[in-house]
Design a binder for this molecule. Structure first.
Ligand code: ZN
Length: 222
C-alpha cells in the first residue's frame, strides 16, 4: 500500500469511521465473515458466459447499498475492502486455468468511464476496485493497465429497461488504446456490477481484436 494511500485512508477513517454494512463491526465496510455469508450470484447467472465471474448477488441490500455509495456517494475507501475479495476471485480463476504455464502477461483492466462521466464523478469506481485488487495481491505479478478507451457517451445501462436496447447501447463502445501490445496478454476486466454483461462483452471484443489471448471478467456483484 502506498504511503499516500495510507495517509488518505487514515484521515478518512478519522472523520468517517468504517463499520461493517452488515454486523456494524468497526474498522471495515465489509468484514470477512459478513462478505463470505452474502448470497452467491442469483439464478440469472446462467445468462452470463462462463468467463464472467461475479462474486455475490446484487439482491443483497447491504451489498447494494455499499456499491451505490461507492459509485454515487463518493465513498471511495469502500473499494479497499472489496480488494481482497476480488483477489480471491482472481485466484479462483487463475488457479483453475493454470495460466502461469504459458508465459502470459497478466493485465488487470478496469472498465473505463467516458470522459464526461469521469469529469462529473471525479473518479472511476472500477479503477478503484482494480487498484484495491492489485494491492491485495502483492505476490502476484500482474499489471494494472488502463488499456481501454470509451469512445461514446452511452446512456447509463441502469436507465435502459429493455435487454436488446441495452445490448445495442453498448455495441462498439470500447477500443484498445493506440500502441498497446496485447500479445500473450491474459486480461482480467474489473467492474463493480454486471447486469446483462453487455458492457463486458463489448470490452472483451475490443481486447480480443487488439490481440489479447484470453479475457475474463471479475465483478463484485450480479
Ligand atoms: Zn460484518
Amino acid at each position: 500500500m502506498s504511503f499516500l494511500h495510507t495517509i488518505k485512508n487514515k484521515l478518512f477513517d478519522l472523520f468517517l469511521p468504517r463499520a461493517c454494512f452488515v454486523c456494524k463491526k468497526s474498522g471495515t465496510y465489509f468484514c470477512r465473515t459478513c462478505f463470505g455469508n452474502l448470497d452467491a450470484p442469483h439464478d440469472e447467472q446462467h445468462d452470463l458466459p462462463s468467463w464472467i465471474f461475479p462474486l455475490k448477488s446484487y439482491k443483497n441490500p447491504a451489498l447494494r447499498n455499499a456499491l451505490w455509495k461507492l459509485k454515487y456517494k463518493g465513498t471511495q475507501a469502500l473499494a479497499d475492502d472489496f480488494g481482497p475479495h476480488l483477489y480471491e476471485g482472481f485466484l479462483a480463476l487463475y488457479g483453475e486455468e493454470e495460466l502461469q504455464i504459458g508465459g502470459h502477461i497478466l493485465y488487470i483492466v478496469p472498465i473505463p468511464l467516458s470522459k464526461k462521466r469521469l469529469r462529473e464523478r471525479g473518479y472511476n469506481q472500477s479503477e478503484l476496485l482494480a487498484r484495491a485488487l492489485t494491492r491485495a495481491g502483492t505476490s502476484t505479478d500482474f499489471r494494472i493497465a488502463n488499456i481501454l478507451r470509451k469512445t461514446k457517451n452511452t446512456e447509463p445501462q441502469a436507465k435502459i429497461k429493455r435487454r436488446h436496447n441495452r445490448l445495442a447501447n453498448m455495441r462498439d463502445v470500447f477500443v484498445v488504446k493506440d500502441g498497446m501490445q496485447l500479445e500473450n496478454a491474459v486480461v482480467f476486466l474489473i467492474d463493480d456490477i454486471v447486469t446483462t454483461g453487455a458492457t463486458l462483452k463489448d470490452a472483451r471484443r475490443a481486447l480480443l481484436a487488439g490481440g489479447a489471448s484470453r479475457v475474463y471478467a471479475i465483478t463484485v456483484a450480479h
